[in-house]
Design a protein around this ligand. Structure first.
Ligand SMILES: NC(=O)c1ccc[n+]([C@@H]2O[C@H](COP(=O)([O-])OP(=O)(O)OC[C@H]3O[C@@H](n4cnc5c(N)ncnc54)[C@H](OP(=O)(O)O)[C@@H]3O)[C@@H](O)[C@H]2O)c1
Length: 339
């Protein structure tokens, strides 16, 4: 057996201007040596594509550094240890890393987390039991602070984060209204117990979306879990009740804007209604991980939390998977199966 291994990876070929295209990505191969002393070789089995990666493709200051042109992209991945000279890892261990967008890698163990799956499929740790799940849990419960009987509106409701927010809000005794971009997604949300669904693509202009939300939430909205921005934020600001909370988790409708768009014209509602609008960054809420895992361990077997995955096969299809996030091509968590 050869001591080296070929790993394919996806690199950033160019910084996208507007919606990324296939030519912004490049498939390349690297030869990995055998792991040295204190090192291990990991073969990725699943990788995640996430909307936040779009911001890292820009050369601008943010909470994470920009991706570098000509270098492999990064993101969460689950992998299996193929061989190890590291005291903390042995062959066949499962690990969670930020070394996605590649088939395999050599590591000295920095940033690797050994994965105990507790009977869940390993890729669940990229979705419901991973970063998107914690985002939903912390964002809704800590930032949104919903009370029993309140109305929660979730945009991007059929996505990885949104679908978990909807279900936790139901567990907490709230009335839930969610929006999504297809009838199939809306039907899935109904099957999860969401009270009212809005296919926002059937309400193409701002006033139609406002009217649809008012009809779906005649009692008003107490917590808005914002994944989308744009017309959704305008509609939510109109529908919010006094002392409502807006959890600003994501603004995906603007991630590919080539030029900035004007903000919501009705922001004055924040004053009159004494709204609290708070940005959410999941990394600020790692202290909730224990509570989250404990609750999930009870909710999943009880059938209170369900999830879907949309899967692309092979590293060469990772850019396709990523682009699907912006066209609504995923229901639930968008994943790439490797290996
Ligand atoms: N702040 C944090 O710490 C944090 C952490 C994780 C995620 N996020 C944010 O949370 C949001 C959801 O992330 P996710 O990983 O769960 O992704 P996701 O919802 O699984 O996938 C993205 C979805 O966004 C919708 N979408 C795309 N373009 C849209 C547009 N122009 N207008 C309306 N909807 C659009 C699509 O669904 P439709 O078919 O319904 O259009 C698509 O399926 C994103 O905004 C993301 O940036 C934030």
């Amino acid at each position: 057996m050869s001591d080296t291994m070929i790993s394919r990876e996806i690199r950033l070929a160019a910084r996208p201007n507007g919606m990324p295209t296939a030519s912004d990505f490049e498939l390349a191969s690297v030869e990995l040596p055998a792991p040295g002393d204190g090192e291990l070789l990991v073969q990725n089995t699943w990788m995640s594509v996430d909307p936040y990666m779009r911001a890292r493709m820009m050369d601008r200051k943010s909470y994470l550094p920009p991706f570098q042109i000509g270098k492999a992209l990064e993101g969460h991945a689950v992998g299996k240890v193929l061989s190890s000279n590291h005291p903390d890892f042995t062959k066949n261990d499962l690990v969670l890393s930020m070394n996605g967008w590649r088939e395999a890698f050599i590591s000295d163990g920095t940033g690797l987390q050994k994965l105990e799956t507790y009977g869940l499929p390993e890729q669940a740790f990229l979705g419901v039991a991973g970063m998107p799940g914690l985002t939903a849990y912390a964002g809704l419960l800590r930032v949104g602070q919903p009370k029993e009987g309140e109305t929660v509106f979730v945009s991007g409701g059929a996505g990885a984060v949104g679908s978990i927010v909807c279900q936790i809000a139901k567990i907490k005794g709230c009335r839930v209204v969610a929006s999504a971009g297809s009838d199939d997604k809306c039907a899935w949300l109904k099957s999860l117990g969401v009270d009212e669904v809005i296919n926002y693509k059937n309400h193409a202009d701002q006033s139609a979306l406002m009217a649809a939300l008012k009809a779906a939430a005649p009692e008003g909205v107490d917590v808005y879990f914002e994944n989308v921005g744009g017309d959704h934020l305008v509609a939510a600001l109109e529908a919010m009740n006094l002392f409502g909370r807006i959890v600003v988790c994501g603004l995906i409708s603007g991630y590919n804007d080539a030029a900035p768009k004007p903000g919501p014209w009705n922001l004055f509602n924040v004053i009159g209604k004494r709204l609290r609008m708070e940005g959410l960054l999941v990394s600020d809420h790692q202290d909730m991980l224990g509570d989250f895992v404990g609750d999930l361990a009870a909710w999943v077997p009880a059938g209170k939390i369900k999830w879907q995955e949309t899967v692309e096969d092979g590293i060469e299809n990772a850019p396709t998977a990523f682009l699907k996030l912006f066209s609504g091509g995923n229901t639930g968590k968008m994943l790439v199966k490797l290996g």
